[in-house]
Ligand binder design. Structure first.
Ligand code: HEC
Length: 195
C-alpha cells in the first residue's frame, strides 16, 4: 500500500523503518490484552516475592496445619463423648430392646474380632472376669470402646458410632458377663479388685 492510499489514522501509526520496501504499522495492543498482561505480571511478581523470596508457607505446610486442626477437633470430640452419663446408661441397660439393639451392633461391628457373643478371638474375651483396660464396669467399658487402642487393633468406635449406640453396646457387653462358651479365649488382663 503506498502512503497515498492511507487514511490519516494509518499515516500516524506507520513506522519509519523500511525493509526492502516493506513498512509496518504500529497499532497499539488492545486495552483488554495490556490490562490482562500487567495484572498477570503483577500477580507473578507478588507470588515470587511471597513464596520464593520470603519463603511463604508451602502446600504441605498448609496441609499439616489443617490436619492438626482436625486432629485437635477429633480429640476434643472424643474427650467430650467419653463422659459417662449414668442416667443415659441406666435407660439403655433397663430396656431389653436397647440391649437387643446393642447385640445387633455387636454382631455388625465387633464379632469379627471378639467372636460370637463376645467369647474372644483377635480381641479379648468380653464375658470373663478378666479385663485389660477397665474394671469391667459400664463406666469403664464405655470410654474404652470410644477411644479403643488402634495401635493394638481395637478401633476408636467413638468416631464411627452414635452416642446412643455406644450406650447400647456397653449395656450388651455387661449383659453377656459370665456367660459360658465352648471355646473361650484365654483370659487376658486381671480380675478387678472389688471396692
Ligand atoms: C479389628 C478387631 C476389633 C474389632 C472389630 C473390635 N475390637 Fe474390641 N478389641 C480388639 C483388641 C485387639 C482388643 C485388645 C486391645 C489391646 O490389647 O490393647 C480389644 C479390646 C476391647 C475391649 C477391652 C477389653 C478389656 O479386656 O479391657 C472392649 C470393651 C472392646 N474391645 C469392645 C469392642 C466393641 C464393643 C467392638 C465393636 C463395636 C469391638 N471391640 C470391635 C479388637 C477389636
Amino acid at each position: 500500500m503506498s502512503e497515498n492510499n492511507m487514511n490519516e489514522e494509518e499515516k500516524k501509526v506507520l513506522l519509519d523503518h523500511d525493509y526492502d520496501g516493506i513498512q509496518e504499522f504500529d497499532f497499539p495492543l488492545p486495552l483488554w490484552w495490556v490490562t490482562t498482561f500487567w495484572l498477570c505480571s503483577l500477580f507473578g511478581a507478588g507470588y515470587f516475592v511471597y513464596y520464593i523470596v520470603l519463603n511463604g508457607p508451602s502446600l504441605k505446610h498448609e496441609y499439616f496445619v489443617e490436619e492438626n486442626k482436625v486432629m485437635e477437633q477429633r480429640e476434643a470430640f472424643l474427650e467430650e463423648l467419653k463422659n459417662f452419663k449414668e442416667e443415659s446408661y441406666t435407660t439403655y441397660a433397663s430396656s431389653p430392646e436397647m440391649v437387643k439393639h446393642g447385640e445387633y451392633l455387636f454382631r455388625m461391628n465387633c464379632v469379627a474380632c471378639h467372636e460370637e457373643k463376645g467369647a474372644g478371638d483377635i480381641g479379648p474375651n468380653l464375658t470373663d472376669e478378666y479385663w485389660l483396660y477397665s474394671d469391667g464396669t459400664p463406666s469403664g467399658i464405655f470410654p474404652f470402646i470410644i477411644e479403643g487402642n488402634p495401635a493394638n487393633g481395637m478401633p476408636a468406635w467413638g468416631e464411627f458410632l452414635e452416642e446412643d449406640d455406644l450406650y447400647a453396646l456397653t449395656a450388651y457387653i455387661v449383659s453377656i458377663k459370665g456367660t459360658e462358651h465352648e471355646n473361650p479365649k484365654d483370659p487376658q488382663g486381671e480380675i478387678p479388685e472389688k471396692e
